[in-house]
Design a protein around this ligand. Structure first.
Ligand code: HEC
Ligand code: HEC
Length: 294
């Protein structure tokens, strides 16, 4: 009898400690999610003319919103666990300020920091660009398609959520707003060669999603795409082929860059491809000069 009592006490103590631990993980991660000040409300008027809406559609295509939010913006299940919202529906139910807080600042509509939305890639978007993007989303057809992708079983999603919470609670991982000030400021906007200025803007609002915050493969997580000084070894014709067909100068099939180029970058205008090439080849020239300077 005595022994059974002690076993009972032991089990209760273990369960109690387990609950305390989960409580700590929850409270500490939740404190992190809620630790970022929302930005001042976005006040730029949302245009309604056809040209702005068409521009917004071009922005959504070249910045890959559909890559994660679904071909019809209907939402998607990513990594078997994270659900992206239906953007056309959200643009109707939320204010432009709420959308802008997510797009440029990584803060969700519930005021909590977002974990997977790549706002570091959009932080340098101008007010006019964000307004055109929202103008397009507000009137893009609302798809009622079921989000694409297989839902992981509930216990896998639960494990996923709690492993993220644990890493955040232990300070080993963080949410998007934490990284935004690591994205370098634009430095070429006053360049006498306006192609370079425009190309910097395009690259720093599209390529840095994967090629590092500075396009040089520096990202706080492992597995960044290669340093874009490789463009220095590309002719303009080869670079154009990479953007248009996803085929690199070596002719190899690129597992990630191939489909990304064919999905997004085919939508660049010829002028945008030329601007990107002007900026990236100049960036490469400057980087090599800096490394070989005496
Ligand atoms: C790499 C994938 C990815 C890309 C690209 C992406 N998103 Fe997201 N987005 C997400 C994820 C994932 C979420 C869900 C919240 C989270 O887990 O971060 C999200 C959430 C959002 C939200 C809602 C935030 C909230 O809960 O209030 C908005 C608005 C949004 N994205 C807009 C955009 C727009 C506009 C674009 C294109 C310019 C875009 N996203 C591109 C992954 C992406
Ligand atoms: C969604 C992620 C993603 C985005 C966005 C992206 N890239 Fe890439 N890129 C990759 C990956 C990953 C590789 C490495 C090859 C692979 O695995 O596909 C790569 C490879 C490359 C290469 C090297 C090709 C070679 O010769 O081997 C170049 C050049 C390049 N990207 C240019 C760009 C430019 C320019 C942009 C912006 C306009 C861009 N990428 C945007 C993921 C991305």
């Amino acid at each position: 009898m005595q022994i059974l009592r002690w076993i009972g006490f032991g089990a209760a103590a273990v369960a109690g400690l387990g609950l305390l631990f989960l409580g700590w993980v929850y409270a500490a991660s939740e404190a992190h999610y809620r630790s970022f000040e929302p930005p001042p409300p976005f006040a730029t008027a949302i245009p309604t003319d056809d040209a702005s809406i068409a521009w917004g559609e071009h922005l959504a295509a070249t910045r890959g919103c559909r890559g994660c939010h679904g071909a019809d913006l209907e939402g998607e299940i990513m990594f078997g666990a994270v659900e992206t919202p239906n953007l056309a529906a959200l643009a109707r139910s939320e204010t432009p300020a709420t959308l802008e807080a997510a797009i440029r600042h990584g803060i969700g509509r519930d005021g909590r920091a977002l974990y997977s939305m790549p706002s570091y890639n959009f932080v340098h978007m101008s007010d006019a660009v964000v307004a055109a993007l929202i103008a397009y989303l507000q009137q893009a057809p609302v798809s009622d398609a079921v989000p694409q992708g297989a839902f992981a079983p509930w216990h896998e999603r639960l494990m996923n959520e709690w492993s993220v919470r644990l890493a955040i609670a232990r300070g080993e991982d963080g949410t998007i707003p934490m990284y935004l000030d690591q994205v370098p400021a634009l430095a070429q906007q006053d360049n006498a060669d306006q192609r370079i200025a425009r190309g910097e803007y395009l690259a720093m609002t599209s390529c840095n999603e994967c090629h590092g915050f500075d396009l040089r493969s520096n990202a706080p997580w492992p597995g960044s795409a290669p340093d874009l000084i490789v463009v220095g070894a590309y002719s303009e014709a080869d670079f154009t082929r990479l953007m248009r067909q996803g085929v690199p100068s070596s002719g190899a099939e690129l597992e990630m860059m191939g489909p990304v180029a064919r999905g997004r970058f085919v939508h660049w205008t010829d002028a945008e491809v030329a601007d990107l090439y002007a900026y990236l080849s100049d960036m490469s020239r400057r980087a090599i000069e800096a490394e070989t300077a005496p």
